[in-house]
Design a protein around this ligand. Sequence first.
Ligand code: PMP
Ligand code: GLN
Length: 389
Amino acid sequence: MNFQSKLPDVGTTIFTVMSQLAIDHQAINLGQGFPDFNPDVRLLDLVSKAMSEGHNQYPAMAGVPALRQEIALKIETQYGHAYDWNTDITVTAGASEGLMASILAFVRTGEEVIVIEPFYDLYISAIKLAGGVPVSVPMLLPDESSQVYRVDWQRVRDAITPKTRMLVLNFPHNPTGIRLQESDIAALETIVQETGIILLSDEVYEHLVFDGYEHLSLARSPILAANAITVFSFGKTYNATGWKIGYCCAPEWMTTEIRKVHQFLVFTVTSPMQVALAQYMKDPKPYLDLQSFYQKKRDRLADGLAKTRFKPLPSQGTFFLLADYSALSDLPEADFARWLTIEHGVGVIPVSAFYRDPNAVHSNHRLARFCFAKRDDTLNAAIERLTAL
Ligand code: PMP
Ligand code: GLN
């Protein structure tokens, strides 16, 4: 049969490939972003209780009402935006499904979607499956004037054409670890006011912003919230990435369209977890404590790397930090990540995997992404191996 793949350039995601390589070579896996410890036992007990109390059949298509009510309350308390729990919030199978459903719901054949490079791998494939055309706008690399990556909003504005349907954003940012600043919000407000573009805002690392700063959700700005789909993940917030539960929030007219897709992608999301999360969320402490919990881990890894031949870059948020390996090797990033995993027993992710063309020169800056969402003894053991390099 003369079959042409809809995604000819796509293989298995880098996260799966590098985790498998780490398993095959008994390497310490600082690649794929997931904690190597359990969620809070109180949350686990609530799930067991929900199951034994009979929450095992299909819940509401948009999510258990009590959970959506808690989500609405949390967002209003934190970000000051009152999403209507019934019409604006949908519980999804991880942030992934919320992102995919949003792109499928709004992007038509031939329409352009702007993504900021480097980017999380899901966006481009989702846009292509919808028949859309991804348009990437590169971030500014760290230089003498800034130690961290930045977005040049003028470049974003210049990329907008009459065909542009959507702008995909992800802050705190995977993989660079940058957070949004007030000046970014102001720039985005101008763009939205001038163009009316839909914003798809992947905020899965909302609680992982360090050094005393707060996450600037797009939901904080009435101008942005009116045009935005904000997407979150319980996996990151409650150290339960394997549960695959998240949610997306948007004005009612957008949510109506997203649910049309959601109901056929998955219909609804596992019920005992939703019931348990609705209870557990009533206490803000677990997510408020995340910042200091993970900041210590970031510092442990950054301080450890600073004593090796790696040069860590500042990480303002997420589970990740980038480190420059140019004092160690001239290899392109993908080869370096494989070499480090196989020969030295520490798995990392090449940052080039977050670019349209991972093999291009402009995608390779001798940077590796390290995940610090790991037990202290895991981080210590990895640092020991890296120090020996
Ligand atoms: N967006 C970003 C930026 C991510 O890093 C991830 C990965 N965990 C996701 C979305 C997907 O989140 P989830 O596991 O909740 O689907
Ligand atoms: N978001 C995780 C990361 O960046 C991976 C999730 C996945 O494997 N799909 O490492």
